[in-house]
Design a binder for this molecule. Structure first.
Ligand code: XLS
Ligand code: NI
Ligand code: NI
Length: 442
């Protein structure tokens, strides 16, 4: 197999907005300082191993079409896994991303037994540790794949069979330890097949309790091994199951409160999943920030007309600006980052398409950061909002909120006979302000 794997592409550099070089960044300037932090520190970009190095473009209608010479190669699966990893790290390095993310089976082939799968993962963790050391690329998060193997067809933690719960727990244990060894900044638990198709065969309450128990076990083990990062749930409303339990941020928040896990578990918000749940990306970020559970972001967008998880690279600066604005308002990402859980379209079959996709995604997010920071720094929206709620800061506001009973409020209204009216919300004017910043901030 060719080495290097991307012979036609050099290290991607920042050339500025006037550049016409399609293999350069026009906005992502890693060292540029914005509001006291470098762009690299704000954005903490990650490439997802599965879409970019494991998937060759196959879909239910046909075989793969993408340039992935390291996928489905014949021979020893461990040799093959090492080749794939060499391609992945060449890519990470040339692109200049600080992080990557994986599922256990993305980096190491499943063995014939559980023990063999564990040995394979351990060997590939050693290999990944060497690559991380050599390139300086780190692990944003690891996760266990509890949905591809047929054994998880009826769920993992929420399976009706306790032996499957037990198997999943063992797999998570091993993957959490692998993530810890690689210095992972977070550990993710997307719901996979934790959901149901029909209530006719499902004990919903029991399944939720099982999920709560699994998460509690994971949190206990995280402390036992001294893993510093948070555990992150990744909300998604449906797909693969008709009804996923981790529907959206609000559902995850209620779940974490019920099982008393808010101290250790946060959320990984995927833009596309927000859309599927009928929310805006910005809404999900704001909801997580309001509950103190904002963890990380999967920065892949959806499509307005397609109701499934299409995992496109983000292209809309405006959509991403509104999300970045909420991230900045919440104080920015700490352990989290922006992971491109995104894939190429099947017709993007050229060797360098993977670069173009990530460059576009990174420039979109960088530009969104610039615009969002300018909006926040100039205070144009914040000032208006502060003024809009100013009444609550007065003594009267505090009384209404805090000390007056329903009965007293009733009596007061009878006596005062007031006729209060809200002030204009100025939505269109504010939207014009955002549009102006999208146009001019640089
Ligand atoms: C699927 C999810 C998945 C998680 C990691 O829709 O986005 O890719 O991010 O298991
Ligand atoms: Ni997704
Ligand atoms: Ni995701």
């Amino acid at each position: 197999m060719t080495n290097p794997f991307f012979p036609t592409v050099d290290t991607i550099r920042f050339e500025g907005s006037d550049s016409t070089n399609s293999l350069a960044f026009r906005w992502y300037d890693a060292d540029r300082v914005i509001g006291g932090k470098s762009m690299a520190e704000h954005l903490r970009f990650a490439v997802s191993y599965w879409h970019s190095f494991c998937w060759d473009g196959f879909d239910i209608f046909g075989q793969g079409t993408l340039h992935r010479p390291w996928v489905n190669a014949a021979g020893d699966p461990m040799v093959h896994a090492r080749t794939k990893m060499a391609a992945a790290f060449e890519f990470f390095q040339k692109l200049g991303v600080p992080y990557y993310c994986f599922h256990d089976i993305d980096i190491a082939p499943a063995g014939a037994t559980f023990a063999e799968s564990c040995r394979n993962l351990d060997a590939m963790v050693d290999e990944a540790a060497r690559w991380q050391e050599e390139t300086g690329v780190g692990l944003l998060w690891g996760t266990a794949n509890l949905f591809s193997n047929p054994r998880f067809g009826a769920g993992a933690a929420t399976s009706p069979d306790p032996e499957i719960f037990a198997y999943a727990a063992a797999q998570i244990c091993h993957c959490l330890e692998a993530t810890n060894r690689l210095g992972g900044a977070n550990y993710v638990m997307w719901g996979g097949r934790e959901g149901y198709e029909t209530l006719l065969n499902t004990d919903l309450k029991r399944e939720l309790d099982q999920l709560g128990r699994m998460l509690t076990l994971v949190v206990e083990h995280k402390h036992a091994i001294g893993f510093d990062g948070p555990i992150l749930l990744e909300p998604k409303p449906f797909e693969p199951t008709k009804h996923q339990y981790d529907f959206d941020v609000a559902a995850c928040d209620a779940f974490l409160q019920r099982y008393e896990l808010t101290a250790d578990v946060k959320v990984n918000i995927e833009v596309n999943h927000a859309t599927l749940a009928g929310h805006d990306f910005a809404h999900e970020v704001a909801a997580a920030a309001a509950s103190g559970i904002l963890g990380s972001v999967d920065a892949n967008a959806g499509d307005d007309r397609l109701g499934w998880d299409v995992d496109r690279f983000p292209v809309s600066v405006e959509q991403m600006t509104l999300g970045m604005y909420e991230i900045l308002r919440a104080g920015g990402l700490t352990t989290g980052g922006l992971n491109f859980d995104a894939k190429l379209r099947r017709q993007s079959s050229a060797v360098d398409d993977l670069f173009h996709a990530h460059i576009g995604g990174m420039d979109t997010m960088a530009r969104a950061l610039i615009v969002a920071h300018a909006l926040l720094d100039d205070g144009v929206l914040e000032e208006f909002t502060a003024e809009r709620y100013a009444g609550w800061e007065t003594e009267r506001g505090q009384q209404v909120l805090g000390s007056l009973s329903l009965q007293q409020l009733h009596a007061e209204q009878l006596a005062a006979d007031a006729n209060p009216m809200f002030a204009s919300g100025r939505q269109e004017k504010l939207e014009n302000t955002v549009a102006r910043y999208v146009q001019t901030a640089s």
